[in-house]
Design a protein around this ligand. Structure first.
Ligand code: SR1
Ligand code: MG
Length: 403
């Protein structure tokens, strides 16, 4: 029976190949296409479709209505539209730093995009000890350009309001609100994944620390109400494809207008995971250097770009640029701290920590991550450079013998 592409359903690999043959102009008529589902993320289905004769290929990303990680998460497949539309915007603002987008299918909640198989996911590459000399500069550039371009004072106010409306993303924001801001600090739904060995530490340092929970509440209020810029929303090392000579940011399905510091903070935290994982196993890697360069480059490029982009005279008044960047940097450090805590104790963890085979090494890295996370949240108003991140992480690591 011929597949029906007029009603929403999750595709099989052979349907994905047929969809690509029918809807894309990439392939010659009659081409022999092979497809496989290659997704290993928490949410979606990824099909790679290849013309076996020419090697021409494409990736189709399709959203289901529940998350792959757990069917407790019911998530609107409309996130595929958001991801598609944001990728189209990114292609205009930061061409070359994102995959090309070929087509979308709003019925099937599917986007066809450039196949990046010649690249590697940054998290995996770092775990294998590979080096990516462009990554820090490219990711800082991506972050600054996408955030500044959608900030108040740069965007026309009516255009901004229309974009805020277009990118309202309640289901995916709810995931972040729960998994990043709530559950790591109070295991209300009993979804956290904490070993018996780590639990007493987590109870004392996270669940029972009232001062910390107050600061987390302030950060959560900022996430809920601070529509500063169109953020990627899940800007971690699993959302970046790299080669030595190329960097591509993927997966902006969590995008919405939120605090501009969220993206750079999440990226900084994910460099810290790579760093702690390497230290826990006595390996060398470049994540420490990346961390310092990424943060410093972000600040430098933000200043450059902000000064030439702001067109609203209210925001050109002396002192405003510094005041605003200060807020962004506080939010970045706070977000880095939240990400460090949530990926260590929450339901969605990172391979950097979970793949540590020696339980003692894993425990030390997990405790160091929570310590660094807390220090960044509580001290966020003093973290203003790559070196400030580096010192905070080094102190936390040293307490666990990872120096
Ligand atoms: C239910 S989704 C869990 C996590 O995966 C995504 O990559 C986001 O980070 C989310 O928090
Ligand atoms: Mg993702």
């Amino acid at each position: 029976m011929a597949p029906n592409f007029d009603t929403y359903h999750l595709l099989t690999p052979s349907e994905a190949a047929l969809w690509a043959a029918q809807r894309l102009s990439l392939f010659s008529p009659g081409a022999s296409l092979k497809a496989a589902e290659i997704g290993d993320g928490n949410l979606n289905y990824i099909f790679r479709v290849v013309d076996t004769a020419t090697g021409v290929s494409v990736v189709l990303k399709q959203s289901g209505d529940t998350a792959r990680i757990s069917d407790q998460f019911k998530v609107s497949p409309d996130r595929n539209r958001i991801e598609h539309d944001v990728l189209v915007r990114y292609n205009a603002v930061v061409p070359g730093l994102v995959p090309q987008v070929y087509a979308s299918d709003p019925v099937l909640n599917l986007t066809a995009m450039e196949d990046l198989s010649s690249h590697r996911i940054l998290r995996k590459g770092w775990l294998e000890g590979r080096l990516y000399p462009r990554a820090a500069e490219d990711l800082a550039e991506f972050s600054v350009k996408t955030l500044v371009a959608t900030s108040d004072g740069v965007l026309d106010p009516k255009q901004k309001k229309a974009l805020v409306r277009d990118f309202i993303n309640p289901d995916l924001c709810e995931i972040t609100e729960d998994l990043v801001f709530t559950e790591p600090f109070a295991d209300l739904r009993r979804r956290n994944l904490v070993s018996q060995a780590l639990l007493p530490f987590v109870e004392k340092e996270l669940y029972e620390d009232r001062r910390l929970r107050l600061e987390v509440a302030k950060l959560k209020a900022g996430f809920l109400s601070g529509s500063q810029a169109l953020i990627h929303g899940d800007f971690h090392t699993g959302s970046v494809f790299v080669r030595e000579d190329s960097t591509k940011v993927i997966d902006p399905e969590f995008a919405f207008f939120g605090p501009a510091g969220f993206d750079p903070g999440v990226m900084a935290a994910n460099a810290v995971f790579a760093l702690l994982s390497a230290r826990a196993e006595g390996r060398e890697n470049e994540a420490g250097t990346f961390l310092v360069r990424f943060v410093d480059r972000f600040i430098e490029r933000w200043k450059d770009l902000w000064s030439v982009s702001v067109s609203d005279p209210s925001f050109q008044v002396p002192g405003y640029a510094e005041w605003h960047l200060n807020r962004v940097l506080s939010d970045a450090a706070g977000s880095a701290g939240l990400e460090l805590c949530r990926r260590t104790v929450g339901i969605a963890q990172v391979k950097d920590l979970t793949a540590l085979a020696d339980p003692q090494a894993r425990l030390r890295a997990q405790r160091a991550s929570v310590r660094a996370g807390k220090a960044l949240i509580l001290g966020r108003d003093r973290v203003r450079s790559g070196n400030d991140y580096w010192k905070t992480v080094r102190r936390a690591a040293a307490k666990e013998g990872l120096d």
